[in-house]
Design a protein around this ligand. Structure first.
Ligand SMILES: *[C@@H]1O[C@H](CO)[C@@H](O)[C@H](O)[C@H]1NC(C)=O
Ligand SMILES: *[C@@H]1O[C@H](CO)[C@@H](O)[C@H](O)[C@H]1NC(C)=O
Ligand SMILES: *[C@@H]1O[C@H](CO)[C@@H](O)[C@H](O)[C@H]1NC(C)=O
Ligand SMILES: *[C@@H]1O[C@H](CO)[C@@H](O)[C@H](O)[C@H]1NC(C)=O
Ligand SMILES: *[C@@H]1O[C@H](CO)[C@@H](O)[C@H](O)[C@H]1NC(C)=O
Ligand SMILES: *[C@@H]1O[C@H](CO)[C@@H](O)[C@H](O)[C@H]1NC(C)=O
Length: 450
């Protein structure tokens, strides 16, 4: 069909393996130990997840409530950010700088409408942050770096560095925000064209009525439990990628290219710790193209890449085979899990799908199609609609809640650094160029370590 996207090399895997000292041939004993603990960790995770799921199944969700979060929600602070000058800050970076390290209460940045032309980085030391805007009159956070943009040291910033808005802390919420990377759209096959609009690395993050807008590699659903509700996601190649465990509900997913778009490059793999729990689940979404190009539902960035679409409307641009194994040599047996359940529209014909994709039964689909997939009972809250509480920075409001007066709490274990071990971003194009991100993750890792 003229667009076989399989890449010849297991580049990302090779680099990954070489970076993991535990897997080098020189240290077989360490490898066995690391593998052993990896297995143990996974068994532990699995046991916890099983237990939660079992409780959910019998309707007992009472003791899964996240107490830390409940405490934070009972202690809210509001900062008003207005690019036109009417608030406490004129930009988000300045407002974030004022959040005390290790805050235990929720901090709501009330974002007034307008364009925020800045790169935003929310450090993991600042959890419970909400970006609250008005979906009908949104706050637009925009920047235009690509992986090839030179950084301060003159070297390309890489995929991670291209991000307009990076969220590394836990319990983040956004409502009515447009996250945008408006770099010129890379040509298919161009190197360094990755241009991330939003990267989510913290866990228990929820996005409501947001737009994530870019081209190649738009949404780095990097790691953690994430919920995207009623969002619009626009992009071209691999535009939702990473090893997040995420539930997308009621989202519009739009390809903007004339050539070939790939909706997901999910990175579930056995070789990154914890990544085996990951996967993207889409429910009640719609998939369509604005540029007229074909759309693949996903290609496997990881050996066990996992993506499920349920009750999703698929336009005619979705290719009949649906999925691509990319650089996985035996996709039918490597652990890839690509499934569909009760989708509709001209692009949804399951009979023409590639042989190793699944037409799920109800019981197979069930674990994926609800917020239970991300253990949402314990942390997903309704979107922060309604009018904003007054600024907590004004002298008239409760002085106790003023962050300037509060001593910083020592950070709790909920946001301990846990750097990803991935070193690569998905490839940059439909073409056969390996087009990996030139940066090494270790560089970014340094930035992340506490
Ligand atoms: C954000 O606001 C602060 C304080 O007003 C200012 O110093 C800084 O230059 C602004 N940053 C950007 C990116 O506009
Ligand atoms: C409320 O949150 C602030 C900011 O995180 C924190 O300094 C303060 O100790 C919290 N108050 C209570 C009662 O937890
Ligand atoms: C990025 O945006 C800035 C400011 O808006 C502009 O000066 C610059 O030319 C843009 N860069 C590219 C590559 O479009
Ligand atoms: C959020 O999105 C949903 C679904 O598109 C829509 O029904 C709702 O009106 C939106 N909320 C606002 C405030 O626009
Ligand atoms: C899908 O979303 C629409 C509109 O938000 C809603 O009316 C409908 O019930 C949803 N369907 C399912 C299967 O969740
Ligand atoms: C994140 O916060 C920690 C703790 O304050 C700090 O050491 C680190 O430099 C911060 N990282 C960045 C990239 O700002």
């Amino acid at each position: 069909m003229g667009c076989n996207m399989a890449l010849p090399l297991l580049l990302s895997m090779a680099v990954l393996a070489s970076q993991r000292h535990t897997l080098t041939a020189a240290a077989p004993a360490a490898a066995a130990g690391a593998f052993g603990s990896w297995v143990t960790d996974n068994q532990k995770d699995f046991a916890i997840n099983q237990a939660l799921y079992a409780k959910k199944a019998v309707g007992n969700t009472g003791d899964t409530i996240d107490e830390r979060l409940a405490k934070a929600e009972a202690n809210k602070t509001t900062y008003i950010v207005d690019p036109k000058g009417g608030g406490d800050y004129t930009n988000i970076t300045a407002a974030i700088a004022d959040i005390p390290e290790g805050n235990t209460g929720r901090v709501i940045l009330d974002l007034k409408p307008g364009v925020y032309r800045e790169k935003v980085f929310l450090n993991l030391s600042k959890p419970y942050v909400t970006f609250k805007a008005d979906p009908l009159n949104p706050a637009i956070i925009a920047w235009n770096d690509t992986a090839a943009t030179p950084g301060k040291d003159g070297k390309p910033v890489g995929t991670v560095g291209s991000t307009t808005c990076a969220i590394e802390s836990d319990y983040f919420v956004a409502y009515g925000v447009v996250f945008k990377n408006d770099a010129p759209l890379a040509k298919p096959g161009a190197k360094g064209g990755q241009a991330v609009a939003l990267r989510v690395f913290g866990t228990k993050a929820a996005f409501y009525n947001c737009t994530i807008d870019g081209g190649q590699d738009t949404l780095y659903d990097h790691k953690g439990l994430h919920y995207f509700k009623d969002c619009i996601i626009r992009g071209s190649v691999d535009f939702i990628f990473g090893f997040g465990r995420s539930f997308y509900e009621g989202c519009d997913i739009i390809s903007i290219v004339k050539e070939v778009a790939v909706l997901t490059a999910q990175q579930r793999t056995k070789t990154i710790e914890g990544a085996i729990e990951s996967g993207f689940s889409f429910k009640n979404c719609s998939i369509r193209g604005e540029g007229g190009g074909q759309i693949f539902l996903g290609r496997a960035w990881g050996d066990s890449s996992r993506v499920v679409y349920a009750y999703t409307e698929m336009s005619k641009e979705v290719v009949p085979v649906g999925w691509d194994g990319w650089n996985i040599k035996q996709p039918e047996s490597s652990g890839i899990y690509y499934g569909e359940f009760k989708c509709s529209g001209p692009g949804s014909d399951a009979r023409k799908r590639i042989g190793w994709a699944l037409d799920l039964t109800e019981s197979q689909a069930k674990p994926f199609i609800g917020t239970h997939y991300v253990f949402g009972d314990s942390w997903i809250r309704p979107p922060p609609t309604g009018s904003s509480p007054p600024s907590s920075k004004k002298p008239s409001s409760s002085a106790a809640a003023s962050p300037a007066d509060s001593p910083a709490e020592s950070p709790s274990s909920s946001f301990e650094a846990s750097s990803p071990e991935s070193s690569e971003a998905p490839a940059s194009s439909k073409a056969s160029s390996p087009a990996k991100s030139s940066e090494s993750y270790s560089k970014d890792k340094k930035k992340k370590e506490l």
